[in-house]
Design a protein around this ligand. Structure first.
Ligand code: CS2
Length: 512
């Protein structure tokens, strides 16, 4: 089928009215309607649309194959309402400081909304066509204890899915029930491909699925353990949430309305362990690194990109900044970032093959500077309790064990505590989004005496969150005392003065 090219400045993007975007948009080089589905993806946020779906689109364009994606939203109907009227088509705006390229992606077939029709999701996941189930459900979607990777059996979603296995609500519930259906029907197993920023993400998901399945049926858990592959993967692309002004800018340039558009930096990386049960798209021919072992890449990325990202988010937001590139333009943050990356994080890393870690750190700083993206600090700051263990705390453990300094990380932890106190240095309210937000608020209330925060009591209370700090760091007096020190400074003097103090006392230039 030739793709029709009709333009109407207010026309919605769709297969029938596939606009040519005034020549500024790259269109799929295949007829999406003629391609069948092979992947079910749970968690169809902007990240998936700007990352895995783009690689899959390139692989289909080159080699064909029934690898289109059935997307599943586990909570809200928004993405379904954006994409289904557009026949799954959407635009990716790839932005550097000076240039934006636009590309329409054709690899998403349709979107299902799990709470509205869990049966339809199970049918898609347990059909013979589905050979890969992939996930980007964010850290909290795993219903686990982030410090240990163990299942949180008290989680309301998990409790529900154990009571009503055929009407699941969580990713673990859907995966386990769909595997049980396949086992019953004697269908080949799919590969379960975790694409979230978790340490050993495939292994973590595998363990959680087996732990969850064992609570239903020990035989099912054994069968999953013996037959279903869960390769680890490392995903990387900065994808800020789409804002209404992005959709409007696209309409001005490309002459169509695309409610499902996403924006991203130009850089993109995907490293996957090549363990697939039942085939996969030829991703290796379109820029994906298929490797035997992902761990060194994954740890380097989690600690060196996501770790500093979170630190900048808390410090920057409390200082009054709202975007990553604004923080990067402030020299005191720049010094802090250098110290954090080069003096504390890099010494804990194993060099991934072909990567120079100092150069990698410099390239990350360049990426953070991208001012076209308008990447909100608030987006990165979200769900800190679920992110900190893999982004900072494992690095802290390594530094403590090696007897090396960890001042920048202690300040980052103090900045998280300062952020969840929910007001910035100018007294403006912060809207904290975190599954533990209420608990944190309570801890803060409990630490107030005579209208003043008792910093020691506050830090003690936060460190009592064993699901975050683990049984070891919870009791680590050395770490705690440095966090108390930095939090006192943040509260007494604000972020900017505290960063100056850090630069004088522990900065790169403070040493001979
Ligand atoms: C960010 C990540 O929102 C966040 O927490 O740190 O989404 C980050 O942009 C990506 O992991 C980059 O690959």
């Amino acid at each position: 089928m030739a793709l029709e090219k009709t333009i109407d400045r207010h026309k919605r993007l769709s297969a029938l009215a596939l606009a040519d975007g005034g020549g500024r948009v790259a269109m799929p080089r295949y007829a999406p309607a003629e391609i069948g589905c092979g992947i079910v993806h749970l968690g169809l946020g902007a990240f998936h649309r700007a990352h895995q779906a783009v690689y899959t689109d390139s692989a289909i364009a080159k080699f064909g194959g029934d690898w289109k994606i059935v997307g599943v939203s586990l909570r809200k109907p928004d993405v379904r309402d954006q994409l289904n009227p557009q026949d799954g088509l959407y635009t990716v705006a790839e932005m550097s400081d000076s240039v934006t390229d636009y590309r329409v992606v054709g690899s998403i077939d349709r979107v299902l909304v799990a709470p509205e029709d869990p049966r339809a999701v199970l049918d898609a996941m347990s059909s013979a066509d589905c050979r890969i189930v992939s996930l980007t459900i964010t850290e909290k979607g795993y219903c686990h204890d982030p410090a240990t990777g163990k299942l949180n059996t008290g989680h309301p979603g998990i409790r529900h899915d154990l009571e009503e296995p055929s009407r699941p609500t969580t990713a673990l519930g859907f995966i386990t029930e769909s595997l049980a259906l396949r086992r019953r029907d004697g269908l080949p197993v799919p590969t379960i491909l975790c694409c979230d920023n978790l340490p050993s993400n495939g292994d973590t998901l595998r363990n959680l699925t087996i732990e969850f399945a064992a609570l239903r049926d020990a035989g099912l858990a054994r069968w999953i353990s013996d037959s279903v592959p869960f390769p680890n993967s490392m995903v990387d692309r900065i994808v800020p949430a789409t804002q209404p002004e992005d959709i409007e800018a696209l309409r001005r340039v490309c002459a169509y309305v695309d409610e499902g558009m996403v924006k991203a930096e130009r850089f993109s990386q995907w490293v996957i362990e090549d363990r697939f049960a039942n085939g996969r798209p030829r991703w290796e021919a379109v820029g994906v690194d298929m490797v035997d072992e992902v761990e060194p890449f994954e740890i380097a990325k989690l600690r060196l990109l996501n770790g500093p990202h979170s630190a900048l988010a808390y410090l920057g937001y409390v200082a009054g900044y709202r975007y990553v590139h604004e923080v990067m333009a402030d020299r005191s943050f720049h010094h802090y970032l250098k110290g954090l990356m080069h003096d504390e994080i890099i010494p804990t890393l194993r060099q991934p093959a072909g990567i120079d870690l100092d150069e990698y750190a410099d390239s990350l700083i360049e990426r953070f500077r991208n001012s076209a993206l308008n990447h909100r600090l608030h987006q990165i700051a979200m769900d800190g309790s679920q992110k900190m263990p893999q982004r900072w705390l494992n690095t802290v453990r390594d530094l403590l064990q090696a007897g090396r300094p960890f001042e920048h990380l202690a300040l980052a932890i103090a900045a998280w505590i300062r952020y969840v106190m929910a007001y910035d240095d100018d007294g403006a309210a912060i809207e904290v989004q975190d599954p533990l937000a209420e608990t944190c608020k309570q801890i803060e209330q409990d630490s107030i005496e005579d209208n003043l925060v008792d910093v020691e009591r506050l830090v003690d209370g936060m460190f009592g969150l064993t699901a975050v700090f683990g049984e070891d760091l919870c009791r680590d007096a050395q770490l705690k005392s440095r966090v108390i020190y930095w939090l006192s400074h943040l509260l007494g003097n604000g972020v900017v003065t505290t960063l100056k103090l850090m630069a004088e006392a522990h900065g790169r230039n403070s040493r001979p």
